[in-house]
Design a protein. Sequence first.
Length: 676
Amino acid sequence: MNRINNICKQTAGIILAGLLFSCNDYLDREPLSQITPEYYLTEESQLASYINNVYPDILPSHNTDINWYGTFGWDVGTDNMIAKGDYKDYVPGELKTAQTGGDWEFTKIYKCNYFLSRVVDKWKAGEISGNEENVKHYIGEVYFLRAYEYFNKLQAFGDFPILYRPVIDEQEALTEASKRAPRNEVARFILADLDSAIVMLKDASPDGKKNRLSRNCAYLFKSRVALFEGTWLKYFRNTPFVPDGSGWPGKSKEYNANFQYPSGSIDNEIDYFLGQAMDAAKVVANAVSLTENNGILQQSTEDTSNPYYNMYADENMAGYDEILMWRQYDKGLTLTHGVVQFAQKGNAGQGITRGMVNTFLMANGLPIYAAGSGYAGDDYVSDVRKERDGRLWLFLKEPGQTNVLYPSSDGTHATPVEPVPDITIGNADVYYSTGYAIRKGGNFDAKHCANFGSYTGSITFRAAEAYLNYIEASYERTGAIDGTAASYWRAIRTRAHLDTDYNKSIAATHMSEEGKYNWGAYSAGQLISPTLYNIRRERNCELMAEGFRHMDLKRWRAMDQLIASPYHIEGFKLWGPMKDWYKDSEGNSILIYGANDSRSNVSAPELSQYLRPQEVAGNSLIMQQGGFKWAMAHYLSPIAIQNFLNTSADGSDVGTSPIYQNPGWPTSPNQGAEDL
């Protein structure tokens, strides 16, 4: 009985028995304990109420950390964006297999499966009262939400159990349910759920405000999932990270021993997923136009506002065609966040890197190192912005710019004028980790700068991703840029105020230069072609600080080169003229450096002219190992040991569990990744 209880705790989502006693733990208040299951989820309003409690658990913008920089901080811990401190992912041996916990749990999947198991058959039998189209839409929402949660599992673990419905709390059933399906089958399951969502969801969000899902959200997300899996299979082929690859651990289990790709081969499977990505992305890109960027950064109330800038921080985002779904915040309901105040100062200690800044082209389409590019250098932040890609010019802040156009007594944490970046203080509220800061999420109205009191919206899905997904999927599939991809690429670059001749950029690209700053220049430890890199570059620049970077780097297998060649993440050029910004009232420098000096507040000039956030103090693990390093096993997460024990034959032998560990991770607790 104890083992079953342990499984129930570890896989809290697959248990049907005990529902009436535990549903409040799962869902706050829905379904209500006094309502018996046979009479619950029989009315349109009950369906909506149930789903309203699932949205915040699963969709990212609906679970934004209200205390920090929200979705705009999710790229932190990559070559694009960094905070001060160590990152275990990049210190092999520090990230370990846990005894308990981790992401191997099913609670959110359970919520979706419980709903579908109770509602779909009733709906088919005509037993759900209310508006038929709304009922169908709500069912479609749950198919989408289950797909979204399964995509999280696919990214974390690859192979994963596929559960269509809740599972009874018996040892045999729970053990059987723990069997891992090969990752491509998980991806196909996700696409099938999204196809169901596409059939059932309405063309427009039923609330009229785009705060709920719509059909285009499902098409967009389908393109994301399919592109992810297609490129993962392509770049990890012949490794333990794909089904039937050399050393694939799934082969050790009888239930996967005879695995075959449903399309006949891994090449066919790659082609299938990339084709699915193209088809789904095209639906959205053809239907939804991009928001205008008029090239203006407002610095006075007389200046014309810029819709592209405002799109990221409007109170009401319903009017932007490009935004397919967004999360609304509300001051009256104390549903607020701190994004705007951090967009005005320091990004909550999460700065973009020199590598991210260098990735942006000049407005004429040339890389900064190309002859005749017109690059003004990086002695000052103002120089970096000159004649650059309009997205960098618009979103990279420089000292002296106006952040607040509309003062307010509520703006207790407003920063009216952008200051010299404070790189010497450890307070995350104001610290500039790299010296570079962006203004994505910034609103010029100071009323949004009460302490964590902003109520601007948060974007969940926007159509520009579909344009980018199609461009990449089509090139990865065919090795060419077709007419549709070309038109989408020109549209993205036109909006960015960037020369639309992408071939000009490709011809001037030197991969040896790009590889110095951008991990996306690599796949499987090798530099990629200039054409593919410029496709990735476009994605990188358009989606900067929007939470895609971790996913992209992993599916591209873009960190192998860090295994043998550590990387130093850098910020702005501190040890040039900008060092003079940091003097006290008597003209003495306040910059202190030295690995063994406990007072150190910046990295030493002997290391680099550029600020290195991880190399300020000698006790930094990243500094001690000579930079950021990688282990192959880190492309996937380890499964906690208790999950093996709970499903083993005798509760003690992990080898008898149907679960197998991910490549390179041990089946003993508190052990780091092994070499692959």
